[in-house]
Write a protein that binds this ligand. Structure first.
Ligand code: RTP
Ligand code: MG
Length: 139
């Protein structure tokens, strides 16, 4: 995959609260082009694999429960400097620390339920996009 792409999920809390439209509007208004998108629900095995890097962390069980409790919107986004610019747009992991106007400041409830995911490197953006999408689903 090209390095001007990143991967995101609107997490179950965003879908439950009806924030899909508002968050997608903010993403596209910030210059990101949607090149793949779907509503899907992760299984426990999916979430354990996706967040495997955190498996020794004390919050891992809660994270897997949260990420599997309902549907998510997963998407691949394209923009110059996509990974870094998207992390800036979503804000800090803990919404209390997130800058004003960021997606997590606006829509996240807590550090655990924080509305959106954004890839943290070009390499992970590619791995995560391929985890969620078949090649023919990415445009
Ligand atoms: P993400 O991977 O979802 O984009 O989030 P992130 O990089 O900002 O944060 P990361 O450290 O990768 O943590 C992954 C997700 O685990 C949950 N978490 N809970 N209770 C806690 O202390 C805690 N810490 C992290 C959050 O859902 C976080 O986004
Ligand atoms: Mg992360």
């Amino acid at each position: 995959m090209r390095t001007d792409r990143t991967f995101t999920m609107l997490k179950p809390d965003s879908v439950e609260k009806g924030h899909i439209g508002a968050i997608l509007e903010k993403i596209t208004a910030s210059g990101f082009k949607i090149v793949a998108m779907k509503l899907t629900q992760m299984t426990t095995a999916d979430a354990e694999e996706f967040y495997a890097i955190h498996k020794e962390r004390p919050f891992f069980g809660e994270l897997v429960e949260y990420m599997t409790r309902g549907p998510i919107v997963s998407a691949v986004l394209e923009k110059d400097n996509a990974v870094e610019d998207f992390r800036t747009l979503i804000g800090a992991t803990n919404p209390e620390d997130a800058a004003e106007g960021t997606i997590r400041k606006l829509y996240a409830a807590s550090i655990g339920e924080n509305a959106v995911h954004g890839s943290d490197s070009d390499e992970n953006a590619e791995i995560e996009s391929q985890f969620h999408f078949a090649g023919r689903e990415i445009f």
